[in-house]
Design a protein around this ligand. Structure first.
Ligand code: SF4
Length: 506
């Protein structure tokens, strides 16, 4: 092991550019490293995930003396980068380069905690409500930390963090941006306010709270899609159905779906801009009323009925895209809609819309780049790692969770934080987020990309917390976490292109 640099009774941590000198018994500025009797200690335990409940690993503090190598099937454990530390600034190999055999194939996993000054968070908020205009500034504690971006498929989207908020504004803005992203990535609740819009509580995997109201359901679709799904179930029960929606309000008698099933005309006229038959844009302003509009009375979007077609007694159901709001009317002698109690026969069709709305959630995706110096901890020729990732020869995971790698240059990754172990993220005060990253590949592919093969250690070393000589820190402990079933196993052959050829040969 390399000795950390010493000054008086302090030791230097060089795991990030802050380079703290840490006194005995104290932690550095990020609380991730401490001076433990002259040793530089990574204070969060190394996290190992396992997929077989039968395996029982004892903490390595106990193992270091007594461990007899009796750990069972190493194919069922995966050493993550959480708590492994880093060998920043990557002029030396990553903390762990682990060799193991999986399904008869020699596999290498390179493990490090990356420091991301260039990173961001994308937040998807399942709500019909208008949370604020696109491009509006999103604030945390009054500081700008991102903006509202284009809504996607009926959900509202925020783009938070990024290098401009982390480094391009005031010190306070950078720190607030970092701590907001840290909390969101660690699956904690964060309160955000949008200029000209709502206050929202966001927590990964939990329903959004918009202006104090907990959102329960995601819309079933836009007004037009709702008609496509349910028009046939409404026919014969009511003369007209209008789905009120801020994006596309649907009118069943005019809509293509209504036409093909022979739905009669009703003479209804809708305000707003007609896009195609039965599909209307801009029937009202966005807001927190019916279907994400600002209206409280749905009749506000109707013009007078066409007297040549409409008839006294004609029935009309108006409903929002979540089924939360609905009202039933009949036309009086003047062809004005008058509200009536909902007929029993319409209760099930209304409930069917609600039943098809999925629970409203907040989704938090961490976006980071692993195309920089971090690659040097894996290989002497970093571009070969990028190519290996792009060619599906190297699988990139974060805390064992699968990542999406963007096309184009570099290794720009996205990961759903709820697929990672809780509290996987840390920070350093530069400011930057710290996130675990693991690169897994065949040993032959690791050799081909110029990997640090002389630093490969057996997986048992990681289990026992024995770091390689390239490190100047030690580990405090290991913890075991059960594998999340929805994730692909990080070293499974299905993650790699070469498995296709192997299947063909078999
Ligand atoms: S902030 Fe943390 S990682 Fe950076 S030098 Fe200080 S103790 Fe080490």
């Amino acid at each position: 092991m390399n000795e950390p640099r010493k000054k008086d009774d302090k030791i230097r941590c060089d795991a990030c550019p802050v380079m703290c000198y840490i006194a005995e018994g104290r932690t550095g500025a990020c609380d991730r490293y401490a001076n433990d009797k002259g040793d530089l200690l990574r204070v969060d335990p190394l996290k190992i995930i396992e997929r077989n409940k039968e395996i029982s690993l004892v903490p390595f503090a106990a193992q270091q003396q007594d461990w007899d190598g009796s750990i069972v099937n190493r194919e069922d454990i995966f050493v993550t980068a959480i708590g492994a530390g880093t060998t920043y600034p990557d002029y030396k190999p990553a903390p762990f380069i682990i060799g193991s055999a999986v399904d008869g194939v020699d596999i290498v996993t390179v493990v490090t905690e990356g420091i991301y000054s260039y990173c961001g968070v994308k937040v998807k908020i399942d709500t019909d409500r208008h949370i604020g205009p696109e491009k509006s500034i999103v604030r945390s504690g009054g500081e700008p930390v991102g903006h509202v971006t284009t809504g996607e498929y009926g959900s509202q989207m925020l783009s938070l963090g990024g290098v401009n908020h982390l480094t391009g504004g005031s010190k306070k803005e950078g720190r607030t941006t970092c701590s907001t992203m840290l909390s969101l990535c660690n699956q904690e609740a964060v309160e955000l306010s949008i200029d000209g819009g709502s206050n929202i509580t966001v927590q990964a995997g939990e329903p959004p709270i918009v202006d104090g109201i907990t959102e329960e359901r995601m819309r079933v679709g836009c007004g037009s899609a709702t008609i496509g799904m349910f028009a046939a179930q409404w026919k014969g029960l009511v003369d007209e159905v209008v789905i009120v929606d801020d994006h596309i309000t649907g009118v069943v008698s005019e809509h293509q779906a209504g036409k093909v099933i022979g739905w009669p005309e009703t003479g209804i006229r809708i305000k707003g801009r007609k896009s195609t038959p039965g599909r209307y844009f801009q029937v009202a302003e966005p807001g927190n009323g019916w279907g994400g509009t600002n209206i409280e009375d749905p009749l506000d979007i109707l013009e007078e009925f066409n007297p040549k077609i409409a008839k006294t007694g004609q029935s009309l159901l108006m409903i929002s895209t979540t089924g939360d709001q609905f009202a039933f009317y009949k036309l009086n002698n003047e062809l004005h809609p008058v509200q009536h109690e909902i007929p029993k026969k319409l209760l099930n069709p209304i409930a069917r819309i609600t039943e098809n709305c999925e629970p409203a959630l907040c989704s938090v995706l961490f976006v980071g780049g692993a195309g920089g110096s971090l690659r040097a901890g894996v290989t002497e020729n970093p571009v070969l790692l990028t190519r290996s990732v792009k060619n599906y020869l190297t699988n990139v995971t974060c805390g064992g969770a699968p990542t999406y790698i963007w096309p184009g240059g570099g290794i720009t990754l996205m990961v759903d934080v709820t697929t990672m172990p809780k509290n996987s993220f840390g920070y350093v005060p530069t400011p930057a987020l710290v996130a675990p990253i693991e690169f897994t590949m065949r040993r032959s592919d690791y050799e081909a990309l110029g990997g640090h093969t002389d630093h490969v250690v057996p997986v048992d070393n990681a289990i026992k917390g024995i770091l390689g000589p390239q490190n100047d820190h030690i580990l405090i402990d290991t913890t075991i976490e059960l594998y999340k079933d929805q994730n692909p196993w990080p070293s499974h052959s299905n993650n790699f292109k070469w498995a296709e050829n192997r299947s063909k040969d078999e």
